[in-house]
Design a protein around this ligand. Sequence first.
Ligand code: RIB
Ligand code: CA
Length: 312
Amino acid sequence: MSTKLIIDTDTGSDDAVALVLAYTDPRVEVLATTVVSGNVPLALGLQNALYTAELCGSTAPVYAGADRPLLREAVYAQDVHGADGMGDIGLPLTGRVPAPGHAADVLIDLAHRHPGEITLVTLGPLTNLALALRKDPEIAGLFDRVVMMAGAGDHIGNIKPTAEFNIYVDPEAADIVYTSGLPLEMVGWDVSRKDATLTEAENTALTELGPLGVFCADIQRQLIVFCREVTKVDGIDFPDPVTMAYAIDPTLATEAIDAYVRVETTGTHTLGMTIVDRLGVLGEQPNTRVVLAADHDRFVAMLREACSRPVG
Ligand code: RIB
Ligand code: CA
């Protein structure tokens, strides 16, 4: 039986690779893709998701969601992924039309239509999910899994010293999600940095696998520069793809703990930090399965297999 997925994304260049993993995997049925403001403004993220779905031959509807965080001004990462979010390589990312309806309503509707069956994979800020929870708190008991690229199990951030981008952009939304009672699983930026980094040569080698490999490699043109100059990883790290790979095959995780996690929403220097109570000093019940490590070789194998599949 295939895994029913909803994918919530802020469609940057690593999100798009995660979409390719999901859209082309025979073990997966994507019920919907919902888009949120994050890496790029909502309108661009929508076009990027629609383009990627078309490339992969996915018929799953793509819906627009929040065009800004719950309370704060929008924060983008076009310095990381390019102005268009897809490496600025000149892809035709215009003119595609999303399905009617708001992402938050789609999350609520599908959760009720498929109670206990859906894995929700979030790859961006948690604004759409928070809006859905505020509108219908009952959905907290209706998902099978909620697998998030979010935060950092080692408290090392990428946009701020202790804050990972998806949480930092909308910490209030993240706090709503972490206190909701949803069955949360978190793949932090630490896992991406340690276990989902491809060297530039490994990234280039994807182009030899077929048109999807060319797409996945070429759209990293800006991310490569950011990794080389800012985060100093040895190549390119793929946070959203390793999160999607884990959502599809949970055995990819080689280390995980159940912990109580909260989000800092007021810290002067720690705003957006995911505080993982690893020793349980607060005496609170765990609310999140925190993935701390993944199998690098199996992740790369999944990525290469997806890149070898035919376009839609
Ligand atoms: O911090 C990494 C996360 O922020 C990834 O999801 C990336 O796409 C950006 O959204
Ligand atoms: Ca993302």
